[in-house]
Design a protein around this ligand. Structure first.
Ligand code: KG4
Ligand code: ZN
Length: 351
């Protein structure tokens, strides 16, 4: 056994369309992080199809767990607990990971720990890195969620605000589809925007008035759609009146950059508002959208302006993965927050 024995948690992730298993020691040292992605299966539908996702989890979960154990070189007796992201997510997908975790916890006689997947995203910058200095404000922006938290510790999170309609990543995916840039849309928009002018089109920034910490992105998405279609009365009528096919590569890049600027502006403004309201010592971003280059730049600059450190996950820990689940579970285990084998999967949580 290694020094890490007794501190190693096996984590499982299956909330959406990635099947993951990871082994993490002491909440921080990632010994193995295996992710089987399904995006090729969902690409032709332009989004995740829940039935296809649950079937694919079932097909790959055992191989993913075996691969993680082999890569880490860890035997079951070296594992302290089994953690699983049991909320929120697609119910069929969640159930596959939850059943696998329960089976291992029962067979190995180890504690089972259910982890909130969004809280795990907020913890992800601590993986393979220094502990986070709390209190912090965390923005988790992914394909399914856009939430702002006040974090008093790794597992003490209070929800400050969330999206009232589309998630930020969903807006990226939908706008990429409008611009015929493919799926998943976030990386494609990020790439196209590099050659575009972020001031070319003035798209709306929603819910910026008052002190609201909630988000809304559906108006922004519709504004892009109207702009691309050239609907009369839209943001810039007639800019491209036959859809993306009639737009030049430069037009597409300009719309991508302008959309991205509007969305990143909204996230940055809310993050600043929350940081001031809470008196945070650290700024955290997490989730798939935390991979966005413009967001990383904007949040980096905000941290400098406010004089507080910014913690962003390494690229491998932005998208869904089990390392963040196993990492956060270490803190839950130490606090005695373990679960029974009747732990349920929960599709929606507002926490
Ligand atoms: O966290 P994640 O892997 O899964 C969910 O829990 O939803 O996030 C996936 C989302 C997708 O909507 C994807 O388009 C977006 O993250 N995304 C990005 C970038 N990379 C991934 N959005 C903007 N810019 C990126 N570079
Ligand atoms: Zn996620």
């Amino acid at each position: 056994m290694t020094d890490a024995a007794g501190r190693i948690i096996l984590g499982i992730e299956s909330t959406c369309d990635e099947t993951g298993c990871a082994l993490v020691a002491g909440g921080r040292d990632v010994l193995a992080n295996v992710v089987a992605t399904q995006f090729e299966l969902h690409g032709r539908f332009g989004g995740v199809v829940p039935e296809i996702a649950s079937r694919a989890h079932l097909e790959s979960i055992n191989a993913v767990i075996d691969e993680a154990l082999a890569r880490a070189g860890v035997e079951p007796d070296g594992i302290a607990a089994v953690a699983v992201a049991n909320r929120p997510g697609l119910i069929g997908s969640l159930l596959t990971g939850l059943m696998a975790a329960k089976t291992l916890a029962w067979a190995w006689r180890r504690p089972l720990i259910g982890v909130n997947h969004i809280h795990a995203h907020a913890y992800s910058p601590a993986l393979d890195d220094d502990p986070i200095d709390y209190p912090a404000v965390a923005l988790v922006a992914s394909g399914g969620h856009t939430s702002l938290y006040r974090c008093l510790g790794p597992a003490e999170l209070e929800l400050l605000g969330a999206t009232t309609d589309d998630a930020a990543g969903e807006a990226f995916d939908k706008v990429a589809s409008i611009l015929a840039l493919g799926y998943p849309g976030g990386p494609a928009i990020d790439q196209a925007a590099r050659k575009g002018d972020p001031k070319a089109v003035k798209f709306p920034r929603a819910l910026l008035k008052g002190q609201s910490l909630d988000f809304s992105f559906s108006g922004l998405k519709t504004a892009v759609l109207y702009h691309v279609r050239g609907v009369p009365g839209a943001v810039r009528p007639g800019a491209a009146d036959k859809g993306p096919a009639a737009m030049s590569e430069q037009d597409v890049a300009d719309v991508a950059a302008s959309f991205q600027a509007a969305l990143v502006d909204t996230l940055r403004i809310k993050l600043r508002r929350a940081t001031k309201a809470v008196g945070a010592r650290t700024l955290i971003i997490g989730g798939g959208v935390a991979a966005n280059s413009a967001l990383r730049r904007a949040v980096g600059a905000l941290g400098k302006k406010l004089g507080i450190p910014v913690r962003m996950p390494a690229p491998a820990y932005c998208a869904d993965n089990a390392a963040m689940t196993a990492g956060l579970a270490w803190h839950l285990l130490r606090a005695g927050r373990t679960d029974d084998l009747d732990l349920a999967a929960t599709a929606t949580v507002r926490k």
